[in-house]
Design a protein around this ligand. Structure first.
Ligand SMILES: Nc1nc2c(ncn2[C@@H]2O[C@H](COP(=O)(O)OP(=O)(O)OP(=O)(O)O)[C@@H](O)[C@H]2O)c(=O)[nH]1
Length: 393
């Protein structure tokens, strides 16, 4: 099977499994609750054994049999939520998909020869979409090699080679790479860092909503004590999401907020604790010390925690996102990236650059300002989505 066929196959399977991202999401959510995903057949089966718990609803006492009509309504609700999420995912990536994809289409539509001019145009096209100079040059050099060694020269051959190289950057042996790690023995602790305005607080609000909806007991910690507004903003999210929060007044020691939050998370049996930090980069040494202090407190109370240190980056700042990621990598042990505001950029190539040049996986993408606009990042779907128009030609 040639690459073109692989792409066609991939696109087919994408349309066959239209809601793959959200099915995965639902599957993860159900796995997290140790529950089986309801099989589609159960919808029509009158004697099916669907339980309220299949749908992440708390089981009511004396309610062992749930009427089938009610179950069908729940299934419809889940289906409609899945479709809505799918639509928001597609919509959120539309700018990037059309612009990046169009540029590549234009490049290949004007293809004459695989010569120096083509290599220059290829690099320009990739750089314009924020794939980054390093990654663009790397792909161009790989193509030059393939031209020399494997006599790659035809239009389709060259096109497929470029696509394949972009796909390979995100080809991970483990599909679990972008899932959040959890603590099986107690509260899972997730620490958020990132510059002012990147979208940390909003991301925590969206994530808390997602976990709360799954029936998890969620606690927030307002350890960004630098600004009163930040504490207030997180407090508003806590109210909106109906989750608890540990907060202190502006200017308090962030480490003391973390201490109280970890204590509370442990003693009151919370499932997950999200910690909002100031994470400002103005003084790298201070930031490093502050994060080290927080980490020590967390690890002392909950060995193995924090399970994740997520760096929140605004996708609309283009190549500055790369320098931010590099600098934060020097001060913290980052386990994943949340790329926010991807809905606001036509240059989503930054997703490829971050993985290729920094080596940290993008785990979540922010695709809008509302509570449901946070999605698990599906690299395969993202990359294939970018080139959909090209490979269907
Ligand atoms: N369009 C869009 N806007 C977003 C997204 N995520 C966050 N925002 C907006 O970005 C702005 C900044 O987000 P915050 O969550 O306040 O950022 P922060 O990093 O917590 O900033 P500080 O609290 O100042 O440290 C807000 O207006 C959010 O609504 C996203 O995925 N898409």
């Amino acid at each position: 099977m040639g690459l073109f066929d692989i792409f066609k196959h991939k696109n087919q399977s994408t349309s066959n499994e239209e809601n793959k991202v959200d099915e995965q999401k639902t599957l993860t959510e159900n796995e997290e609750n140790n529950e089986e995903l309801p099989e589609s057949g159960k919808k029509e089966t009158a004697d099916s054994e669907i339980k309220p718990s299949d749908f992440n609803q708390p089981e009511k006492e004396n309610d062992s049999v749930t009427p089938i009509v009610e179950n069908n309504e729940k299934i419809d609700e889940i289906e409609s939520q899945k479709n809505e999420n799918q639509a928001s995912y597609e919509e959120g990536l539309e700018k990037t998909r059309s612009s990046f994809g169009e540029k590549l289409k234009h490049l290949f539509a004007n293809f004459r020869n695989v010569d120096e001019d083509f290599f220059d145009d290829l690099e320009d096209t990739l750089i314009e979409s924020d794939v980054g100079v390093q990654t663009a040059t790397q792909i161009s050099d790989q193509l030059k090699e393939a031209v020399k060694l494997d006599n790659v020269k035809g239009h389709k051959e060259v096109q497929n080679f470029v696509i394949q190289k972009l796909v390979e950057i995100y080809d991970s042996p483990s599909n679990d790479e972008n899932k959040l790690k959890e603590n099986p023995d107690g509260p899972t602790v997730i620490l958020f860092i990132g510059v002012n305005g990147a979208g940390k607080t909003t991301t925590i609000g969206k994530m808390a909503h997602k976990y709360q909806k799954q029936g998890k007991k969620v606690l927030l910690a307002a350890a960004d004590t630098f600004r009163a507004g930040a504490i207030q903003q997180l407090d508003e999210w806590a109210k909106r999401d109906h989750v608890d929060i540990v907060k202190k007044s502006e200017g308090s020691d962030p480490a003391s907020v973390v201490y109280d939050a970890v204590e509370k998370a442990k003693s009151d049996d919370y499932d997950i604790l999200f910690i909002d930090t100031a994470g400002r980069l103005q003084n790298k040494v201070n930031l490093m010390k502050e994060l080290a202090k927080m980490n020590k407190i967390i690890t002392n109370k909950i060995p193995g925690a924090p399970q994740e240190v997520l760096l929140v980056i605004d996708a609309t700042i283009g190549q500055n996102a790369m320098s931010q990621a590099k600098t934060f990598k020097e001060v913290a042990d980052i386990s994943g990236i949340v790329l926010t505001k991807l809905d606001g950029t036509a240059k989503g190539g930054i997703v490829i650059a971050i993985k290729n040049e920094i080596g940290i996986p993008v785990k979540y993408v922010g695709l809008g300002e509302s509570v449901d606009d946070l999605q698990t990042f599906d690299p395969e779907k993202f990359v294939y989505g970018l080139f959909k128009g090209l490979v269907e030609e």
